[in-house]
Design a protein around this ligand. Structure first.
Ligand code: CP
Ligand code: NVA
Length: 312
């Protein structure tokens, strides 16, 4: 059975922990393998990307495989060929798809029509590879996740949703501060809380940041929301992460951002460029976590994973 990674919950809790540990190991050993030798993955990007595209291209190369990069503009996807048809054709050529798209349902619709693995490289609803990499970044810094508070400040967007999903698998406390009307999807939030995640939604950013060990934010207008940027600038103005807010966080707290950042909007340059900022480690870890995710995808079953699924 091929594996998919459209959301963090496509792994079991134990597998997610194993993948984070494995990524740290792979980073330390500068891991290379021939796991994907003779295999080619199509990278389909309907939105811009720097980190995700290049780190996936490199991850596949480090595992001995090759990639074909496609966008909607240079394929028939941009001329209304349905994703169901596209994936049925690609399935005859390539060994997997990594896709960045708008509607998350495009990924599930494709999955329903294929027998090759699909990995979500960001959709409007989720960014699972990024958040797995962010969990790795906290763990490699020695964070005891059971005693860790993570703040999410700003938009209840795709990143916030994946953080909620992660909070059901990893034992950190997650406090999200979002303005009314920009809160995370209620079903995703409720499911996260029901699944036992230590998750709270508040409106006051300082309540989320107070005592937090990791303070996360993201752009106020995500890709596809450009026309709302002006309005959002007003809505989010009290949600900027600045030095005064960071001073309320736990001693030694770190600032996190998936990037790209808009300095002077969601974060001040002072915080972004400070010692507390670990954004470049987060960016680097995309490479390592995606190697571990691809290994999980292509290892074909728990029994065949080349590592122990140690709990974090
Ligand atoms: N964080 C992230 O996904 O960056 P890109 O949009 O550059 O891929
Ligand atoms: N929320 C952002 C994340 C970018 C990596 C977006 O979707 O544009």
């Amino acid at each position: 059975m091929p594996r998919r990674f459209l959301e963090i919950h496509d792994m079991t809790r134990q597998e997610a922990h194993g993948v984070v540990n494995r990524a740290i190991e792979m980073k330390q050993s500068r891991f290379r393998s021939e796991l994907l030798a003779g295999r080619t993955l199509a990278l389909i990007f309907e939105k811009a990307s720097t980190r995700t595209r290049v780190s996936f291209e490199m991850a596949v190369r480090h595992l001995g495989g090759s990639t074909i990069y496609m966008t909607q503009n240079d394929s028939q996807l941009g001329r209304s060929e349905p994703v169901e048809d596209t994936i049925r054709v690609l399935s005859r050529y390539v060994d997997g798809v990594v896709m960045r798209t708008f509607e998350h349902s495009k990924l599930t619709r494709m999955w329903a029509k294929t027998s090759i693995p699909i990995v979500n490289a960001l959709s409007d609803d989720f960014h699972p590879c990024q958040v797995m990499g962010d969990v790795m970044t906290m763990v490699e810094r020695g964070a005891d996740l059971a005693k860790t508070k993570v703040a999410w400040v700003g938009d209840g967007n795709n990143m916030a949703h994946s953080w909620i999903n992660a909070a059901t698998y990893f034992p950190f406390e997650l406090v999200l501060a979002c303005p009314e009307g920009y809160t995370p999807n209620k079903d995703i939030l409720d499911a996260g809380i029901k699944a036992g995640g230590k998750i709270r939604l508040v409106t006051d950013p300082l309540e989320a940041i107070r005592g937090a060990h990791f303070v996360n934010t993201d752009v106020w207008a995500s890709m596809g929301q450009e026309s709302e940027a002006g309005e959002r600038m007003g809505v989010f103005q009290n949600y900027q992460v600045d030095a005064k807010a960071m001073a309320l966080a736990a001693p030694g707290a770190k600032f996190m951002h998936c990037l790209p950042a808009h300095q002077g909007e969601e974060v001040t340059t002072e915080v972004f460029e400070s010692e507390a900022s670990i954004v470049w480690d987060q960016a680097e870890n995309r490479l390592h976590i995606q190697k571990a995710i691809l290994e999980w995808v292509y290892s074909g079953g728990e029994g065949t994973l080349p590592y122990t699924l140690a709990e974090i």
